[in-house]
Design a protein around this ligand. Structure first.
Ligand code: TYM
Length: 324
């Protein structure tokens, strides 16, 4: 049976970009595959942060994932730093990871250009990601489009390690994308991302969602309400495709093309489609917040389950390498 692994940083907010690009797939895949999902806190310490804040964000992310439908009866959910094998294998992989490839990673280049002094952790970030995946001998990795380059590098690292020891032990992982592999931010300029402040949070109250949707960028060529619109180029229409029923999507497209509606009408329908899916998630998150011991127990069980697989893999890798 194929194994699934994926991770998410405790960035403080699960937004509809992460949700549509990755988490919705996690929820589907947990029914079909042996799945491991991790809140990757070690990935979140490559920049400056407040320790108490990180602790809170890690918990909040676990709550959001559980509320979104990640079911600990069906999969393993854990916090990365509680399974020390991740950093141990990352060191091992550092010894086969090509520096040139690390330096060519788009995310490294973007983030490094914003740092005064560039830290090695930022450069080696994808090596830890490769270790996350390899430890569970996972082949299917549900991610958004922005992670494809990191997965290609993970394949390269695994290939090099296998070749060095002349074995076929670690598996080359494949990305598994949703139809909504890249959700643009409400500014319509860049991918939706917490650091760019262009998100809708998964747990945002309806009034907050509306305050964000109302000014959100639509079809740039449509200036007046009476101008016909082009749904295909409108970011709001892309979000409709993710949240609204096929009938509603068709109706919205028709109303837009024929100028039957203004953009604000279209956004009102989107808000109600979103609320139908997100309302129950918000309610579950509220329940989970009121029961912190349930979340603690879930994560503690997840650590035990993950560690069992991770330590067996690491031991075998060490044997192969002559470290045992
Ligand atoms: P992170 O925390 O930035 O994002 C979590 C997941 O959400 C996807 N995503 C998006 N998808 C579509 N549109 C968007 N606007 C959008 N924003 C985020 C991401 O592609 C990702 O799947 N390095 C990873 C975490 C990680 C990981 C791993 C992933 C660590 N180890 C091993 C897979 C396997 C990251 O920072 O994701």
């Amino acid at each position: 049976m194929a194994r699934v692994f994926s991770g998410i940083q405790p960035s403080g907010e699960l937004h509809i970009g992460n949700y549509l690009g990755a988490i919705r797939n996690w929820v589907q895949l947990q029914d079909k595959y042996e799945s491991f999902f991790s809140v990757v806190d070690y990935h979140a310490i490559t920049g400056s942060y407040e320790p108490a804040d990180l602790r809170r964000r890690t918990r909040d992310m676990a709550v959001s994932l559980l509320a979104s439908g990640i079911d600990p009866e069906k999969c393993t959910l854990f916090v990365q730093s509680t399974v020390s094998e991740h950093t141990e294998l990352a060191w091992i992989f550092n010894t086969v990871a090509p520096l040139g490839e690390l330096e060519r990673q788009t995310q490294f280049k973007d983030k490094a250009s914003r740092q005064e002094s560039i830290l090695a952790g930022l450069l080696n970030y994808p090596v830890l990601q490769a270790a996350d995946i390899a430890l569970y001998l996972s082949d299917l990795i549900p991610v958004g489009e922005d992670q494809i380059q990191h997965l290609e590098l993970a394949r390269e690292i695994v290939r090099r390690w296998n070749a060095k020891f002349n074995v076929d032990y670690f598996i080359e992982p494949k990305p598994f994308l949703t139809p909504t592999r890249r959700i643009m931010g409400l500014d319509g300029q860049a991918k939706m991302s917490k650091s760019l402040g262009n998100t809708i949070g998964l747990l945002d109250e309806p009034s907050v969602v509306w305050d964000k949707l109302r000014p959100a960028v639509t079809d740039p060529a449509r200036v007046k309400k009476s101008d016909p619109g082009t749904p295909e180029v409108c970011n709001i229409f892309q979000i409709h495709k993710a949240f609204s029923s096929p009938e509603t999507v068709e109706h919205v497209a028709n109303q837009c093309r024929t100028a039957g509606w203004g953009c604000i009408d279209c956004k009102r329908v989107l808000q109600s489609s979103m609320e139908a899916e997100l309302g129950p998630i918000r309610a579950r998150a509220k329940e989970l917040r009121a029961a912190p011991e349930v979340v603690d127990d879930t994560l503690a069980t997840g650590t035990i389950q993950a560690k069992k697989v991770a330590s067996a893999t690491l031991n075998e890798a060490k044997q192969i390498m002559g470290l045992r």
